[in-house]
Design a protein around this ligand. Structure first.
Ligand SMILES: [Fe+2]
Ligand SMILES: [Fe+2]
Length: 177
């Protein structure tokens, strides 16, 4: 499994208690083709939807631990919160994407695995306040906080890397053609 962006924990590290516990909660989801195929879509600037989902799942799990939410439900809802398969940058949707995709993700997730009421609420309301209805459970709060943190981090990290590479290329230019 990949690393969550910004985390020092390698999710394959069998000696790390967070990695081991997190994997025990989401490894079955990671095997699903519908989840794997999220790697084909860009979610935020240069970050795939699969990487974003792993990021949100991991930080939801960690936040869930801190605020007393169920860590398994937090991680699983985080992994499934953006389970939709269209390009939100270009594809038309019946409603604005921000309001539409949580409903699609929830329906897709329900068609694949059993979800608790807490997990359903967390997926449906992860865009809060861009969604009618306040997050009802601690797991929902964990996911909506993790999603916002990850979105900001991904954009900053990737833009930073992008510009650092550009600057590096400028200074590496030796003047020859
Ligand atoms: Fe989303
Ligand atoms: Fe998201």
């Amino acid at each position: 499994m990949q690393k969550a962006l910004g985390s020092r924990v390698h999710l394959d590290d069998a000696t790390n208690k967070y990695a081991v516990e997190f994997n025990s909660y989401v490894s079955d989801l990671m095997e699903l083709d519908e989840v794997k195929s999220l790697d084909n879509y860009e979610q935020h600037f240069r970050t795939s939807r699969l990487q974003h989902s792993i990021n949100v799942a991991y930080y939801s799990y960690r936040i869930g631990n801190v605020i007393g939410a169920n860590p398994r439900s937090s991680a699983r809802a985080g992994m499934l919160h953006d389970l939709f398969h269209y390009d939100w940058h270009t594809d038309e949707t019946p409603e604005p994407h921000a309001f539409y995709h949580p409903k699609v993700a929830l329906e897709n997730a329900k068609s694949l695995v059993d979800l608790s009421a807490h997990e359903e609420d967390a997926i449906l309301k992860h865009m809060w306040p861009l969604y009618w209805g306040i997050p009802k459970y601690k797991e929902s709060i964990a996911v909506t906080l993790a999603d916002k943190y990850c979105a900001a981090m991904e954009v900053c990290y990737q833009w930073g890397t992008f510009f650092a590479n550009k600057v590096q290329n400028i200074f590496a230019f030796n003047g020859s053609n």
